[in-house]
Structure formats: structure tokens, C-alpha cells
Design a protein around this ligand. Structure first.
Ligand SMILES: Nc1ncnc2c1ncn2[C@@H]1O[C@H](COP(=O)(O)OP(=O)(O)O)[C@@H](O)[C@H]1O
Ligand SMILES: [Mg+2]
Length: 250
């Protein structure tokens, strides 16, 4: 197994508030790791540390075997460490296809520059069309973002992340506000896209997380309570206490 991401002894404090304490775990190539925990547990803060929007006070982060402490977010993204935000970052006046094509062009960057502007644009649009077709959103690609449903907008946001060809994709509540079936379709599409892509998924509906993830890490008060296979996590006494009966019996 190849570790895409190695987090070792990471801590983060905001003033007097200790948001994360000694967090360690690894994410393997191709796996989907669920990150769950109550509101305020530190999940989004951990994403900010992994993606480089914040620096850890202690501890180290390695991506594809290389240290990334101190590397700015854009450089991490260029290496394939891609995140989505809790609120979708899309251009509402553009169509779904245009939004995805913009992301595809960003990824292509220098690689497509020699093609010339027009062909680079066409290549990005072709990639956007392939992604749209994969998602079953194909026929809606010409709609302006503002005219899409909430679920469709979420889907486009995730397709924009996939257009960046991530090796590791951090998804912060991509299924918020979606019906369970819609959420499952979205996650299934992510898994189908590229089997090598590792995913870290934050989601509130823990049944969705248990259904979609190979392993699950539980954060509580900034510490990793446990990390392992879904059935192990489901049976873990402290996790059951933290979730107060929200977990069905194993
Ligand atoms: N930039 C910040 N400055 C101060 N406190 C913060 C900052 N970011 C997050 N926090 C605090 O850290 C804790 C964890 O927040 P967050 O990582 O957003 O939790 P989660 O995503 O698990 O709900 C919360 O108490 C939050 O108020
Ligand atoms: Mg959060």
C-alpha cells in the first residue's frame, strides 16, 4: 500500500483554544476515509492544515512521501492535493460546463499552453463534457449554475475538484442538504472517476459515511478517538457515547 497522506503528531491552537491535539493517521492510495465528529471537533481545521490554509503548531504532514509543511495551498493543489469547501465555490452566472472547464484549464496550466488558446479551451471543454457525462448531469451542462438545484450545484462543485485530477481529494460536507440517495450517487460518482484517487470525506449523515468509506477516523474535541474499519468504529464504546445512540447496532 502507498500512503498518499501521512499526518504525524499535528496540533493546532487558536489563542487559548486547543483546536487539534496530536492528530496522526495516514490515507492510502485509492481509499475513501471518512472523517466524522461532532460540530467543532476540528474537522474543517484539519482540512485547512492539510491543504495549507493554516500551519500546524507541531507535527508534520507528508504528501506522496514528501514533506509539505510550509508549502502554500496553490502549490499543494498543483501536486494533486485538492480540497472542496464547506460552501461550494462556483461562478453562478456561468454554466455548469463553463465552471468545470475553468477548473480543467487551471489544471492543464502550462501543459496545454503550447496548444494555443483556442485548442486549450476546446480541450478543457472536452474534459468538462466527459466529467458531466460521468455524473449523469450531462444534459444540464448548459444551464447556468444559478438555475441548477442545490444537489446539482453540489455535483458541479465536486466535478470541478475532479477536473483538477487530484491524487487526494478533501471533501468538506459535499452532501450537506442532499437526500440520502442523491448523496450516495454523488459519492459513487467520485469513487468511479479514478480508482487511484484517495478521498477524505467529512459528512454529517454517519450512515452515508459508514456506507461509502473504507475506513473512518473519529475526531472529538480535537483528538482522534479512533481510526479503522467501519465495523470497528461502529462498535467502539467512546464513539457510541459521543454519538448518543445515533449509531445503529452493529
Ligand atoms: N480561525 C479560527 N480562529 C479561532 N477559532 C477557530 C478558527 N477556526 C476554527 N476555530 C474553532 O475551532 C473549533 C473547531 O472548528 P472546526 O474545525 O470548524 O470544526 P468542525 O469542522 O469539526 O465543525 C471550533 O471551536 C471553532 O470555533
Ligand atoms: Mg466543519
Amino acid at each position: 500500500m502507498t500512503a498518499v497522506l501521512e499526518i504525524a503528531g499535528v496540533s493546532k491552537r487558536f489563542g487559548a483554544f486547543q483546536a487539534l491535539t496530536d492528530v496522526s493517521f495516514e490515507v492510502q492510495e485509492g481509499e475513501t476515509l471518512g472523517l466524522i465528529g461532532p460540530n467543532g471537533a476540528g474537522k474543517t481545521t484539519l482540512f485547512n492544515l492539510i491543504s495549507g490554509f493554516l500551519s500546524p503548531d507541531t507535527g508534520s504532514l507528508r504528501f506522496m512521501g514528501e514533506p509539505i509543511n510550509g508549502l502554500p495551498p496553490a502549490r499543494r493543489a498543483a501536486r494533486g492535493l485538492v480540497r472542496s469547501f464547506q460552501k461550494p465555490m462556483v461562478f453562478p452566472a456561468l454554466t455548469a460546463r463553463e465552471n468545470i472547464a475553468m477548473a480543467a484549464r487551471q489544471r492543464a496550466g502550462d501543459g496545454l499552453r503550447w496548444l494555443g488558446a483556442r485548442r486549450a479551451l476546446e480541450a478543457a471543454e472536452a474534459r468538462a463534457n466527459r466529467l458531466l457525462a460521468e455524473s449523469e448531469l450531462g444534459r444540464r451542462g448548459g444551464e447556468r449554475m444559478a438555475d441548477l438545484s442545490h444537489g446539482e450545484q453540489r455535483m458541479v462543485d465536486v466535478l470541478m475538484s475532479l477536473a483538477l485530477e487530484p491524487r487526494l481529494l478533501l471533501l468538506d460536507e459535499p452532501t450537506a442538504g442532499l437526500a440520502r440517495a442523491e448523496a450516495e450517487r454523488l459519492l459513487e460518482m467520485v469513487r468511479r472517476h479514478d480508482a487511484r484517487t484517495a478521498v477524505v470525506l467529512i459528512a454529517h449523515d454517519i450512515e452515508i459515511v459508514f456506507g461509502a468509506c473504507d475506513r473512518i477516523a473519529v475526531l472529538d474535541l480535537g483528538r482522534v478517538l479512533c481510526c479503522g474499519a467501519p465495523e470497528m468504529v461502529r462498535a467502539h464504546a467512546a464513539v457510541r457515547t459521543a454519538y448518543l445512540g445515533a449509531l445503529a447496532d452493529p
